[in-house]
Write a protein that binds this ligand. Structure first.
Ligand code: GMT
Length: 381
């Protein structure tokens, strides 16, 4: 199939899922065209994969800067580029990730190409529904675009249900969860990296996010500071975003700078997660929690909040630990239990990988997307 994919190219779960999906589809022989305003950040490593690189193209959306445009009309420029790429490369379908504004641009592109049929698939990721989409100014158009798409998927049952409830959507929405490449994401056999982060054998705790307020990074720091009072440990903070400066301030305030490593945006997180002992995800809301899944695939037990889609992924007490949002005391106590008895932490980590392998490997999920596309196109399996 020839598939056009649009996503946010910046650091964030929906962009990661879209990019990994495109690369997996290319590996399975499909032709993939990314259409966005910048190269999706995880495509940067494509040069190392010549076997799939020739099946992946990137088409940049240029937005005209004009003094009249206080707000450059990106959604329109995107629609235009989608229609052009679809026409020129004879795309079979467009798959957009994150409803706003991508699903609306895809709807326009589809209308521009009529009577030629160009099916549109929209994948709902989370904040496009739970935060941004529920803003009064976006709700009607988001609902409209969801209703108009030929196929809609959501990354968790939680997200499907909240979309149906809050937007009054009655059309079918298929749940196709986040996924991870279980060959790339696994415990690192080379523990040199671990020694680099924890030269004195300290316990290694990790957090990965785009440092938005919803991720609750101050709780990561507070939990770590409490752990640090009890045992030698180091904290790896992977990612960047609006809360980073505040996080740096809190680390200085708590006087733990020597044990907190800000790694910033990283292309290869598997290398880092693969040597960690524990992963913290204290989000106020998480429709799925891709970062938690990536850690689990690397045999890292996750302590997360019992919100959104996280209870679908993590079974508390078995392959991780779920606590109420903002319950720093419960998070710390769960963390200390696992860190004080390393074998317990390791066996929980192994069970976490089992969960990832049994339900969320790309080998299981990508065929579901392919089947979804084929159904829309009326192509037999
Ligand atoms: O706000 C974010 O965390 C980024 C956001 C995105 O769309 O880039 O992430 C959402 O999509 C991910 C991939 O499907 C999910 O794993 C995250 O749980 C979800 N984030 C939230 O719901 C807060």
């Amino acid at each position: 199939m020839k598939i056009g994919i649009t996503c946010y190219p910046t650091y964030g779960g929906s962009g990661v899922v879209a990019t990994e999906l495109g690369m997996e589809l290319a590996a399975r022989g499909h032709e993939v065209h990314f259409i966005s305003y910048a190269m999706p950040f995880r495509l940067a490593g494509l040069d190392d994969s010549p076997d799939i690189a020739h099946r992946i193209s990137y088409h940049e959306v240029e937005v005209l800067a004009y003094p009249l445009f206080d707000y450059p009309p990106y959604a329109l420029a995107l629609a235009s580029q989608m229609a052009e790429v679809a026409e020129h490369y004879r795309l079979d379908l467009l798959h957009v990730h994150y409803a706003i504004p991508h699903s609306v641009s895809a709807y326009l592109a589809q209308a521009m190409l009529a009577p030629r049929r160009l099916p549109v698939v929209t994948t709902l990721h989370g904040t496009d529904i739970t935060l941004v989409g529920q803003d009064r100014s976006f709700l009607p158009i988001t609902r409209f675009a969801i209703e108009q798409a030929d196929g809609v998927t959501a990354v968790s049952t939680y997200l499907r249900e909240i979309t149906e409830r809050e937007f009054g959507i009655t059309r079918p929405i298929e749940v196709i969860s986040n996924f991870v490449n279980c060959d790339r994401y696994q415990r690192s056999p080379n523990q040199d990296r671990r020694h680099e982060f924890a030269p004195k054998g300290e316990r290694l705790i990790a957090h990965l996010s785009n440092f938005r307020p919803v991720k609750n990074v101050p709780d990561v720091i507070e939990v770590f500071a409490r752990i640090r009072c009890e045992l030698p440990a180091r904290l790896l903070l992977i990612g960047d975003g609006p809360e980073r400066a505040n996080a740096e301030y809190l680390v200085r305030e708590r006087n733990i700078s020597q044990d907190v490593i800000f790694l910033g945006k990283q292309d290869n997180v598997a290398n880092i997660l693969g040597v960690a002992d524990l992963f913290l995800l204290p989000s106020d809301l998480e429709s799925f929690g891709l970062a938690a899944l990536e850690a689990m695939a690397c045999e890292v037990p996750v302590i997360a909040t019992n919100v959104g889609g996280l209870p679908e992924l993590i079974h508390s007490g078995e392959d991780g630990c779920l606590v109420a949002p903002r319950d720093v005391a419960a998070m710390t106590s769960c963390a200390l239990e696992l860190l004080r008895e390393p074998e317990r932490g390791r066996s929980m980590g192994r069970r976490a990988r089992e969960t990832a392998r049994a339900r969320y490997c790309s080998t299981l999920i990508i065929p579901r997307y392919e089947a979804f596309y084929r159904k829309l196109l009326g192509v037999p399996a």
